[in-house]
Design a protein around this ligand. Structure first.
Ligand SMILES: Cc1ncc(COP(=O)(O)O)c(C=O)c1O
Length: 397
């Protein structure tokens, strides 16, 4: 080892000592860990859609930034389609949810503003918090009163900037749902922005897979949307809501769409550094994402299949997993200790189940867990066998 590397080696040893060293492992066993909720990622139906997209002659690489020669028809087509489908005035496509989340907080909140974020918000939002000029403060998880207190405190201290509330819709490590309607009410009362990360809700929930944020904005879908009867004639009235939908989870592809007003989209195009100074995502992927969103919208059976599996899992995993919103696909089994968690995951992996252990800093200290995810990639018998294995495992671990 080169002497320059010693400090890194020591850091890795320290992580291993705390039971927190991470390693890459290949796909192995029955999928109880991906976010491919609808089972689309490896499906024939999506592969067929990809062939159809390829035959249109769409470019595979963009060749440049969107602001230069990288802005392809496929990007604009996806954004226009998705804006209508999800009910936003405008949409902006990013190569990943991480990039979109960090860009939005790095760009929109200004000096003097305050971002109040849920205590359990995703690392990509934290990345945005590291980059933002605004002040930021954490509010207790899913506690609307804590958000209200933080607003009151900010104003009492003389804060005059804009207020940003940043939450997830469905928390990826706990499987619980945010009180979105109450948060929206709070945002309206204080003329605040509400930024909803619907990464795990998009596709999985909502009519035609529009996600958990959908019902907040369902009355303002625009002309040409699938539900013309719900078109609202004042498209600006709900534009304090910005929604991130990732495409690499239920939609089975990759990338992310930020739904926002046209003004905010224009501001992002002019000011978001990771948008401006980065090669645009693949136009092929943009077209495939559009196909995937349409596929989910016209195949309600995908959601129905998932619901059936979740109901079965609720029944069989109940003794090991307590969560306030049982009917979400994420089932955390809290083990507490890091080593115990990884031993439990290794045991289940040996039984043929791809279950992963999640440790700090991804989850708070002392709450290491098995994160069991139900997707359409598993059969009902797999869920029952997994529950039996967890039962055996808790006898000796
Ligand atoms: C809540 C949440 N937001 C954002 C992201 C990032 O999305 P992506 O995987 O597309 O980068 C994730 C990914 O794990 C997530 O769980």
């Amino acid at each position: 080892m080169h002497s320059l590397e010693k400090v890194y080696q020591q850091h890795l040893l320290d992580l291993a000592g705390e039971g927190r060293e991470r390693q890459l492992s290949t796909l192995n066993g029955i999928d109880f860990s991906s976010n491919d909720y609808l089972g689309l990622a490896g499906s024939d139906v999506l592969r067929d859609a990809a062939r159809t997209v390829l035959e249109t002659g769409v470019a595979l690489g963009s060749g440049g930034s969107r602001l230069l020669r990288g802005n392809h028809y496929a990007h604009a087509a996806l954004e226009e389609f998705a804006a209508k489908h999800f009910g936003h005035q405008a949409m902006l496509f990013f190569g990943s949810g991480f990039a979109a989340n960090s860009a939005v907080l790095a760009t929109l909140p200004q000096r003097g503003d305050i971002i109040i974020h849920d205590a359990l918000i995703h690392a990509s939002t934290h990345e945005g918090l590291r980059l933002t000029r605004a002040d930021h403060i954490s509010a207790a998880h899913n506690d609307v009163a804590a958000f209200a207190d933080a607003i009151a405190h900010y104003r009492a201290q003389g804060g005059t900037g804009r207020i940003w509330l940043a939450v997830e819709s469905l928390y990826s490590m706990d499987g619980d749902i945010a009180p979105l309607a109450d948060l929206k009410k709070l945002a309206d009362e204080h003329d605040a922005f509400l930024l909803i990360d619907d990464a795990h809700g998009g596709g999985t929930f909502g009519e035609e897979g529009r996600g958990l944020a959908d019902y907040l904005i369902a009355d303002r879908r625009y002309e040409g949307a699938a539900h013309n009867d719900t078109v609202h004639d004042d498209p600006m009235h709900a534009d304090n809501v910005i929604v991130l939908r990732t495409l690499g989870k239920a939609f089975g592809v990759e990338g992310a769409l930020l739904g926002m007003s046209s003004v905010l989209r224009d501001f992002m195009i002019n000011r978001a550094r990771s948008f401006i100074f980065s090669t645009a995502p693949s136009p092929f992927m943009a077209s495939l994402a559009q196909a995937a969103i349409s596929l989910v919208a016209k195949t309600p059976q995908l959601q129905a299949n998932l619901e059936q599996r979740i109901s079965l899992a609720v029944h069989h995993l109940k003794p090991y997993c307590k969560k306030p919103d049982p009917h979400t696909p994420i089932f955390p089994v809290i083990m507490g200790d890091n080593d115990r968690t990884m031993q439990a995951a290794a045991y289940l992996q040996k039984q043929g189940f791809d279950v992963r252990g999640i440790r700090p800093p991804t989850v708070p200290k002392g709450t290491s867990r098995l994160r069991i995810v139900i997707t359409n990639n598993v059969e009902k018998g797999d869920i029952i066998r997994l529950a039996d294995s967890i039962d055996d495992l808790l006898d000796f671990i």
